[in-house]
Design a protein around this ligand. Structure first.
Ligand code: ATP
Ligand code: MG
Length: 459
């Protein structure tokens, strides 16, 4: 393993004091996933204090521990004034010493999906460092940067937020060459009030784009003109765009289900591209087009990058499918249990509508959370998508889903439960071989309970 942090470089970055020399090959904030050779950063959270785990970190092979108070321990200590601040300093220093190109990804849905596509696309072109999972918050972004090898040629950094000014402070560490916004939708809207507020908060990502860098924006989104205006005000040149729209710089021309994935014909900044993704859905296709536009903007080989996207498969809880034996036949499950907001609900229902199905199209829907005063409106509005996509039967659970349940026509009503658990017996009784079943809701609606129950029922 090559060295990531030499003790003197780490000391300089965060104005710390090392008790003795060390060399770290990684950075970790969690002893459960810490690898031998990592620098353990003792963050202080609401529930736990990392300082209590320094002993465990050394037991797991940590090279050193970064702490803000005296610790009785046996390994090298890097003492700083504030550990989160020091992690940010390490991230800042890692970014400063990296000479490759950096892509920052934000948006109301599709950040991780697009980030994983970019990881694949960039890996066809050079050495890539990318965020793990959805590490996109006040510790995830600096941690990702602090873990970035100095010889990375590309970095793909996910940035998330649910309040104003969060992206602003994170993007200053990232200093991207390309700032990509996947979509704007009413996610966490209770903290912003309006869609315009959400767009403005996402647009904070433009504020630290490096000189000569660029914004890449969703042309089909109603907030696109506002994002363009914000990019201009941040001093960026003409933003580039992606989508179905004829005026988009990267255009999705055709997209259809084919085999286990999606076949795509696109025009990426004037270059015709055909590719096959190992995941289904028009929204997934649009994310791929956005990723390829980033590659084109960075001067990468788009055809090479497109070819590497063929190994992209749906992520867990975000469209991953599996067949399940049931009642002498099979049903097909689409696992969308990771999260939900109006944009990703619509995308998933559209995907179900477009699917080739032997039996019925069944949607099992849990609450979309953090929707504030407009919760009833957004849940009720799903009835139009359900109608338009020809969904045969809906099972709904949770307090907010009451609003949808009440407006659903009798013929489409499968069952209602106060919780996901309560819905299980009704659903199991109703399912028949050949059905395709979409399971989706915010993580807090615990829709994975239903997946587990169906798996158990299939025996
Ligand atoms: N472009 C898109 N438009 C709408 N929904 C999308 C889009 N891309 C992905 N999705 C759906 O949104 C959900 C979340 O996807 P993903 O994890 O990629 O988003 P995220 O923005 O990283 O979420 P989080 O904020 O939780 O990190 C999934 O159901 C996924 O299929
Ligand atoms: Mg994510």
């Amino acid at each position: 393993m090559s060295e990531l942090w030499h003790w003197q470089e780490a000391e300089r970055a965060c104005l710390g004091a090392a008790s003795t020399a060390f060399s770290a090959t990684g950075v970790s904030i969690d002893t459960r996933s810490l690898k031998a050779g990592d620098l353990f950063v003792a963050l202080t959270g609401e529930a736990r204090d990392g300082h209590d785990f320094v002993g465990a970190a050394f037991a797991a092979g940590a090279a050193a521990a970064l702490v803000s108070r005296k610790i009785d321990g046996t390994g090298p200590i890097l003492e700083v004034g504030h550990t989160l601040r020091a992690l940010e300093d390490l991230g800042d220093a890692a970014r400063a010493r990296m000479v490759g190109q950096v892509i920052a990804v934000t948006g109301s849905a599709g950040k991780t999906t697009t980030k994983e596509m970019l990881r694949l696309a960039c890996s066809a072109l050079g050495r890539v460092h990318a965020s793990a999972a959805s590490y996109n918050n006040h510790w995830g972004v600096p941690l990702t940067l602090a873990q970035m090898p100095r010889d990375s040629e590309y970095a793909v950094i996910e940035i998330g937020m649910n309040h104003f000014n969060e992206i602003r402070s994170l993007v200053r560490l990232v200093r991207p060459h390309v700032a990509l916004i996947t979509t704007i939708a009413p996610a966490h809207i209770e903290f912003f009030g309006t869609l315009e507020g959400i767009a403005d908060a996402k647009a904070e990502i433009f504020e630290a784009v490096v000189p000569g860098g660029c914004a890449i924006l969703p042309h089909d989104n109603p907030l696109y003109p506002r994002l363009c205006e914000r990019a201009r005000r941040a001093g960026l040149a003409r933003p580039l765009s992606f989508g179905r729209h004829k005026g988009a710089d990267a255009r999705l021309v055709e997209s259809m289900e084919a085999g286990d994935g999606q076949h795509i014909v696109a025009d990426i900044a004037g270059q015709p591209v055909r590719l096959q993704l190992g995941a289904k859905g028009e929204h997934i296709a649009i994310n791929a087009v956005a990723a390829l536009l980033c590659i084109a903007q960075l001067g990468g080989d788009v055809l090479n990058a497109a070819a590497s996207l063929s190994s992209f498969t749906a992520l867990k809880g975000r469209g991953a499918r599996r067949a399940l034996p049931l009642k002498g036949g099979k049903i097909e499950l689409i696992d969308e249990s990771y999260n939900a907001n109006p944009a990703s609900m619509r995308a998933a229902l559209t995907m179900l509508g477009a699917a080739t199905v032997k039996g019925r199209r069944i949607a099992v829907l849990g609450d979309m959370l953090e929707m504030g005063e407009s919760a009833a409106h957004y849940h009720r509005a799903l009835a139009d998508d359900i109608e338009a996509q020809g969904i045969d039967l809906v099972f709904a659970c949770g307090a907010a889903m009451q609003a949808l349940w009440q407006v659903l026509p009798q013929a489409r009503r499968g069952g209602y439960g106060h919780s996901s658990q309560e819905l299980v017996p009704q659903l199991v009784a109703a399912l028949a071989p050949g059905d395709m079943v979409l399971i989706k809701g915010s993580l807090g609606s615990r829709m994975a309970v239903i997946l587990d129950a169906l798996t158990a029922a299939s025996g």
